[in-house]
Design a protein around this ligand. Structure first.
Ligand SMILES: NC(=O)c1ccc[n+]([C@@H]2O[C@H](COP(=O)([O-])OP(=O)(O)OC[C@H]3O[C@@H](n4cnc5c(N)ncnc54)[C@H](O)[C@@H]3O)[C@@H](O)[C@H]2O)c1
Length: 246
């Protein structure tokens, strides 16, 4: 798995799953472009990652804003002249029952999760096509496959990411660009910390492997999907959920 010298863009990289993915890529020699809304945290994460001996470029942006994403891409090309890997990981939740869900909460979640993934993919795809190489991994969710009470916006955004993944994979396959989605189950991060103990213990009962996932579990799968060990895999949704959905 020689990824040394490649350039990877990771969105939502300041903390949680995105941060762990950036670390895993950096440990294999990938120069990391860390994109996040949280300037302070993304700069701190970039400093930590630079200690691993790779180049880092922290960028504050909102993935939902195409012009900010285009500016980011231009900075990456100026600095590195290549983009090999894109990890669309930035995501938010704004939960509520459909009956009471505010239009603004629907729009926000679709804009960040789904449009953000579209924006970043659209921005990098030309550079990948020109180089005849690329690996894109979109972070979806088990909720995009099975739905969830109170998460109509989130599940629709993640199901949308799955459709986007498959269309992008078909459009770019002949250019040696592989595009896959990962659908994690319950992973221990700040996003899931807010759930009550009752909800957590009910969830745990549904997980055959008997534990929640760790960001490292997802990062290991990302490494496989960006490596040449997975060169015959594209347009897939790879589940990682301790057996919660089979
Ligand atoms: N934690 C889980 O159980 C779980 C399960 C399935 C899928 N996921 C998905 O994994 C991804 C990462 O989740 P996490 O648990 O690490 O979440 P997290 O909230 O800990 O981290 C998300 C990061 O994205 C950044 N972000 C949010 N909105 C942004 C925007 N508009 N532009 C740029 N950056 C933005 C945040 O600042 C934060 O650093 C998300 O897409 C999430 O939906 C998480």
């Amino acid at each position: 798995m020689d990824l040394k010298g490649q350039v990877g863009i990771i969105t939502g990289a300041a903390r949680g799953i995105g941060k762990e993915i950036a670390f895993a890529l950096a440990r294999r020699g990938v120069n990391c472009v860390l994109c996040d809304m949280d300037t302070k945290q993304v700069n701190e994460t970039a400093e930590e990652i630079a200690n691993l001996g790779v180049e880092t470029l922290p960028i504050t942006l909102n993935v939902a804003d195409l012009s900010q994403v285009e500016q980011m891409k231009n900075k990456v090309i100026d600095k590195f002249q290549r983009i090999d890997i894109l990890i669309n990981n930035a995501g938010i939740t704004k939960d509520g029952l459909l009956l009471r869900m505010k239009e603004a909460d629907w729009d926000a979640v679709i804009s960040v999760n789904l449009k953000g993934t579209f924006n970043c993919t659209k921005a990098v795809i030309k550079a990948m096509v020109q180089k005849r190489y690329g690996r894109i991994v979109n972070i979806a969710s088990i909720i995009g496959l099975i739905g969830n009470v109170g998460q109509a916006n989130y599940s629709a955004s993640k199901a949308g990411i799955i459709g986007l993944t498959k269309s992008t994979a078909r459009e770019t396959a002949l250019r040696n660009i592989n595009v896959n989605a990962i659908a994690p189950g319950f992973i221990e991060t700040k996003m899931t910390k807010v759930l009550s103990d009752d909800v957590k213990s009910a969830l745990l009962k549904q997980i055959p492997l008997g534990r929640f996932g760790k960001p490292e579990d997802v990062a290991d799968l990302v490494i496989f999907l960006v490596s040449d060990k997975s060169s015959y895999i594209t347009g897939q949704v790879v589940q990682i959920n301790g057996g919660m959905l089979m």
